[in-house]
Write a protein that binds this ligand. Structure first.
Ligand code: ADP
Ligand code: ZN
Ligand code: ZN
Length: 725
């Protein structure tokens, strides 16, 4: 008879915790939630195992306080997956498991769906006179006079249900059920398109493997109709009574995407977008787990949605960096999705116009089947790319005369132009004209960006903002020069060069509100806009039919980064931005402004395309032993004291130095050695295979965690890091 309950708890500690069964009741089920004492607090965790004995002395063991679920909360395969992921990424198992749950379940609420209510003031309610002493009633009524509110928001204001019930009885308030439009069944009104030969072949291959684990790389140029392939494969999955899980990049879960699915299918579709309330999120989660929803579509974290009858996983734009979580539990949703598909024994489709070298390598090894879509669906022609040699040319705020001329040609023919620059603000540096002083961030090793619109200096790394100095702190003179380009500056130049055309700027500064982006897209598609200038927010996913010219203002900025992935990312970015041009009848044109027109990256990419470029880069990576030709893990550490991070990492190095087949690089200062007031350093582990690296981490992470030096720094371990600089 087991007598120990082993629990995963949301703490940073990489271990499980032992408890006695709850007083006078049965053992909880493995996979159920329990509430347990932890230090002086009570935490909610998941039961991972029941065991006969514990290494903890019997008098130190405490009983479980409460059992919250009679049944396991998650399907066994998902539970297993989470345990595996915690092990692989060397992260706290409790943190991994508990953070995969919706907030309400983390807080201990029952795992049952409940309608969610909003409160509205009635006509009579507007004239109601409430005595001052009924404080809560006052709060409720005055909040609701502005606008209706969800019950949870009123509770946050301190207004509880009994108060609301009293006001409702008086006829002053009224309660309505909130329903999430995205969770309603779709219309299923639009039918399947007739597939072209390549699309038909791709769908056919996927349908051949519906009952087994099989990864596919759907390698299709932008506009080639990858989504149509997903939709037709999903259709068959649904017809077999199974569910589809669709992962999209952070930027991809737009109302347009959701609408496209809802027009095609009449099943319940759960779109896990950021505007959901906690209650809606739990309801979606339950609908997926209990098999009521046919399709679940969401960003990275949607990977951990439980499914009653999983049938297929789709990862759209699989190369996108947003699939990798960059803090805390640093998992790659794409990589873990592959493991999930294997555990669930279902096919997985990784789609992209610019596949990652990792996935191309899987295809080369025969572990993923390579499906190609080489033509644009619906007859559009791929854009023509050319490099514009900037050497010795006059530039006006980054714009060369040939680019301006080309823009004029396109505008005359009623085309839209997009100018791409991956830097917001007006200029990345503000310089004293007299002595060369530069506005630096005091807390980071970097300069401050000048935002002219509200006349402030911003640090894009720590968020610090200051007004620009009136006089130079070094020499006292007051003439400053804005050096370098940002989107704000381009926007101004456009107003000068194209006074008769409407230009809009799309970057993080202009799209802070949720509605802003939708509003911009509406303006673009209803022809109110002629020129768009923006950052990589514009690079992905959008379909602008009238857009015919794309200008990449400063491609050189991307060419000379220290990261070994920089060429891959640059090629992906160029190809994706270029893919925005000429998606309808008119052929698109792409102009890359560069001082290095002979750079090898352009040579291959422009003449032979992304596929050839990726093949060549893959060879170089394999030769250098970098991923996917080898495995990496990165320790990072930071502290206010400049010596502690290096000191801690040196101890880590001492611990790991005798591991076979593992090389260590560092500790070295991080590429930005100081950020937000903290000094930073890093230590890289490299191995030709994953196995020895994983073995070293399994053996030693516990000891590293227990180092006394570990408590004096903030440190993290990133397995398969995506950004190493
Ligand atoms: P991708 O996802 O590869 O960028 P989409 O699936 O968005 O491409 O397709 C691009 C455009 O082509 C869309 O407007 C889509 O409706 C259209 N399309 C896709 N497949 C077909 C087809 N077989 N016949 C006609 N039009 C198609
Ligand atoms: Zn000066
Ligand atoms: Zn800073």
């Amino acid at each position: 008879m087991p007598s120990i309950v082993q629990v995963a708890l949301p703490t940073p500690l990489r271990r499980l915790f032992d408890y006695l069964p709850p007083a006078d009741s049965e053992l909880p089920a493995v996979g159920a939630r329990v509430r347990v004492p932890f230090g002086r607090q009570q935490l909610i965790g998941l039961v991972v195992a029941l065991r006969d004995r514990s290494d903890v002395p019997a008098d130190k063991l405490r009983p479980v306080t409460d059992v919250l679920d009679e049944e396991p909360l998650l399907p066994a395969s998902l539970f297993e997956l989470l345990r595996w992921a915690a092990g692989y990424y060397q992260h706290s198992p409790g943190d991994v498991m508990v953070s995969a749950l919706p907030a309400l379940l983390r807080q201990g609420r029952p795992a049952i769906a409940e309608p969610e209510y909003s409160w509205h003031i009635t006509g009579v309610g507007r004239d109601a006179q409430i005595p001052e002493r009924y404080v809560r009633q006052h709060v409720a009524m005055s909040a609701l006079t502005q606008s209706p509110l969800p019950e949870a928001d009123l509770q946050a204001l301190g207004v509880e249900k009994p108060t609301l019930a009293t006001l409702a009885e008086k006829g002053w308030l009224e309660r309505r059920v909130i329903s999430d439009a995205a969770a309603q069944p779709g219309s299923g009104a639009s039918g399947a398109l007739d597939l072209n030969d390549e699309q038909a072949a791709a769908v056919d291959r996927i349908l051949h493997h519906l009952d087994q684990f099989q990864p596919f790389l759907l390698d299709g140029i932008t506009g080639s109709g990858k989504t149509e392939v997903y939709l037709q494969a999903i259709d068959q999955v649904l017809q077999r009574g199974r569910q589809a899980l669709v992962l999209v990049p952070e930027i991809g879960l737009t109302p347009q995407t959701i609408a496209r699915f809802r027009r095609r299918f009449d099943c319940r579709i759960e779109a896990l977008h950021s505007a959901l309330t906690d209650r809606q999120r739990l309801d979606s989660w339950l609908a997926a787990r209990d098999g009521k929803a046919g399709i679940i579509i969401g960003t990275r974290s949607a990977l951990f949605t439980p499914l009653a009858r999983p049938g297929i996983i789709i990862v759209d734009e699989e190369h996108d960096l947003s699939f990798k979580q960059q803090e805390g539990f640093r998992y790659s949703a794409r990589d873990v999705a592959l493991v999930r598909a294997r555990k669930e024994n279902i096919p997985i489709v990784l789609g992209s116009a610019t596949p990652s070298l990792e996935t191309l390598y899987q295809a080369r090894l025969g572990r993923a089947e390579h499906l190609r879509l080489t033509e644009r669906a619906g007859g559009a022609t791929p854009p023509a790319l050319k490099v514009l040699d900037l050497r010795n040319r006059r530039l006006d705020e980054g714009l060369s005369q040939p680019l301006i001329d080309t823009m004029n040609e396109h505008l005359e023919r009623q085309g839209q132009c997009l100018l791409f620059l991956n830097r917001r603000g007006f200029s990345p540096t503000l310089l004293c004209h007299d002595c060369g002083w530069i506005a630096h961030c005091q807390r980071c090793d970097t300069h401050m960006t000048w935002h002219q619109g509200h006349n402030r200096l911003h640090c894009h790394h720590c968020g610090r903002q200051t007004p620009p100095p009136r006089t130079c702190p070094d020499c006292g003179k007051s003439e400053f020069v804005a050096v370098g380009l940002g989107t704000e500056r381009i926007e101004q130049a456009l107003a000068r060069h194209f006074p008769d055309h409407k230009a809009i700027r799309i970057d993080r500064d202009t799209t802070r509100s949720k509605a802003a982006m939708a509003d911009f897209i509406e303006q673009i598609n209803s022809d109110q806009v002629d020129i768009l200038v923006g950052t990589q927010m514009l690079a992905k996913g959008h379909h602008f039919p009238r857009l015919t010219l794309v200008g990449i203002i400063d491609v050189d900025g991307c060419l000379f980064s220290a990261d070994f992935r920089a060429p891959e990312r640059t090629a992906q970015l160029i190809t994706q931005v270029a893919g925005r041009a000429g998606r309808a009848e008119t052929r698109g044109e792409v102009v890359l402004q560069s001082h290095h027109p002979d750079h090898p990256l352009f040579r291959t990419l422009l003449t032979e395309g992304y596929g050839r470029f990726a093949e060549e880069s893959l060879e170089e990576r394999l030769a250098a032993g970098f991923p996917p030709g080898g495995a990496l893990a990165l320790f990072r550490a930071e502290a206010a004291d400049p010596t502690l991070p290096q000191h801690f990492l040196q101890r880590v190095r001492d611990i790991l130095k005798d591991m076979p087949e593992v090389s260590l690089w560092g500790p070295v200062p991080a590429p930005m050695p100081k950020r937000a007031g903290k000094h930073r350093a890093q230590l890289m582990m490299q191995a030709a295979q994953r196995a020895p690296l994983q073995a070293a981490l399994r053996q030693w992470t516990g000891a590293i965690e227990n180092l006394p030096e570990a408590r004096k720094v903030r440190w993290s371990l990133d397995v398969d890091p995506q950004e190493v600089y």
